[in-house]
Design a protein around this ligand. Structure first.
Ligand code: PLP
Length: 410
């Protein structure tokens, strides 16, 4: 009989959002007349930009004819998309990249979850806490995280708390970590790091020979000037950082599936006998072995984001969600709640009133306001006492949710 990878058995009970879905379905089944507003899961509600739709239609037509048909594409992605990414997302900010440093994928979840395969199981890793759960869970699966305690902390992970007490700015770890996951703008707190704050992390990685996995899935939501869009805006970050991005939240690709990862040529990791190994060829090897590329249709759709029409259309969509964020933030503040995020990110991070625990406040909002949220503790132990709302909902749902909260708070 095959023996199981027992590290999977160390994972927390269930994936956060399935847990929430179960509670919500149970409530709805018992109260079918109640109209729930869902501002929990971070899925988008606006349709794809027309420029993407048009490009995807055209790509379908190409596939319909033998002369223009595309079968397997390059595992790393088509150069038309890689070049558009380099020109618009990096060269425009003074960052030089070559197409061989860009790896187009089916989204940031796969890449954030898979990238750890390149590193030894013995690497000490650190994560900001709370954070997107995939970083921790994927490392539990691969055996790098140790065992999970009752509070949800893994024995071999260094947690870097981000709470109101430290302004959501993670402190550098007290002992050396070799692998650090950073997510900015942050899911779930909606907070960001300034250039100077991010530079501290790059300097730490340079001094400690550490690797930063920088998840910039929400980069397009940055509004303020002193917030870096890419970690490569920091000098020498190319030596120590892999950056992961997604078209999901930028252009409504949550269902279409496309993202990309930058693995600069200079990024290395060491062998036990002290040799430095560049990670770019290893990631290429990994992708060629386990991934056959995002579809041609998808990549044509993604490339259309970079046309002038595409750019204008995504700007409108982002404006729509950020206006939702403003409505949520201001109304919640007026209702007397402590609110964070929502300025450079489409997430609102709320302190629960009266130090209620996250799941209790989640249940309260579900039952008394009929609002679906996400309990902060689901994103890590330091998320306890907080709750996340997404600004990706429909405008009328956001305004109705705020009306209900105002009434409920009296
Ligand atoms: N990274 C972060 C921080 C996210 O919040 C999400 C999705 O919610 C992802 C990655 C996944 O993005 P994708 O849809 O590209 O897989």
């Amino acid at each position: 009989m095959a023996s199981v990878n027992e590290y999977f058995l160390r994972l927390p009970g269930s994936y956060l959002f399935s847990d929430i879905a179960k509670r919500v379905s149970a409530y709805q089944a018992a109260n079918p007349e109640r109209k729930l507003i869902r501002l929990g899961i971070g899925d988008v509600t606006r349709p794809l930009p027309p420029a993407c739709i048009q490009a995807m239609h055209q790509a379908v037509e190409e596939l319909a004819s033998a002369d223009t048909f595309h079968g397997y594409g390059p595992e790393q992605g088509y150069s038309f998309l890689a070049e558009a990414i380099i020109r618009h997302d990096y060269a425009s900010r003074g960052i030089d990249l070559t197409p061989s440093e860009v790896f187009i994928s089916d989204g940031a979840k796969s890449d954030t979850g898979n990238i750890g395969e390149l590193l030894s199981q013995d690497c000490n890793m650190g994560v900001t806490d709370p954070v997107y759960p995939v970083y921790v869970d994927s490392n539990i699966m691969s055996g790098r995280a140790g065992t999970l305690d009752a509070e949800g902390r893994c024995s071999r992970i260094t947690y870097l708390p981000c709470t109101a007490a430290n302004g959501f700015i993670p402190q550098l770890p007290e002992h050396r970590v070799e692998l650090i996951y950073l997510c900015y703008p942050n899911n779930p707190t909606g907070t960001t790091l300034t250039h100077e704050q991010l530079k501290k992390w790059v300097d730490y990685a340079l001094e400690n020979d550490a690797l930063i996995i920088f998840d910039a899935a929400y980069e397009a939501y940055i509004q303020e000037n002193n917030v870096p869009h890419s970690i490569y805006e920091i000098e020498e970050a190319r030596k120590v950082a892999i950056e992961i991005r997604s078209f999901s939240k930028t252009a409504g690709f949550t269902g279409v599936r496309c993202g990309y990862t930058i693995v600069p040529r200079e990024v290395t990791a060491t062998t036990t006998d002290g040799r430095r190994i560049p990670l770019n060829p290893l990631w290429l090897r990994r992708q060629c072995t386990k991934f056959n590329g995002a579809s041609y249709i998808t990549q044509r759709g993604a490339a259309a984001i970079y046309t002038p029409e595409g750019q204008q259309q995504i700007r409108e969509t982002i404006r729509y969600y950020m206006e939702n964020a403003r409505i949520l933030r201001e109304n919640l503040q007026q209702a007397g709640l402590e609110v964070y995020g929502g300025v450079n990110a489409p997430y609102i991070w709320l302190k629960t009133p009266d130090n209620m625990d996250s799941w209790k406040f989640f249940e309260t909002l579900l039952q008394e306001v009929n609002l679906v949220s996400t309990p902060g503790v689901g994103f890590g132990p330091s998320g306890e006492g907080y709750l996340r709302l997404t600004a990706f909902g429909r405008r009328e749902d956001c305004t109705e949710a705020m009306r209900r909260i105002r009434d409920w708070m009296g």
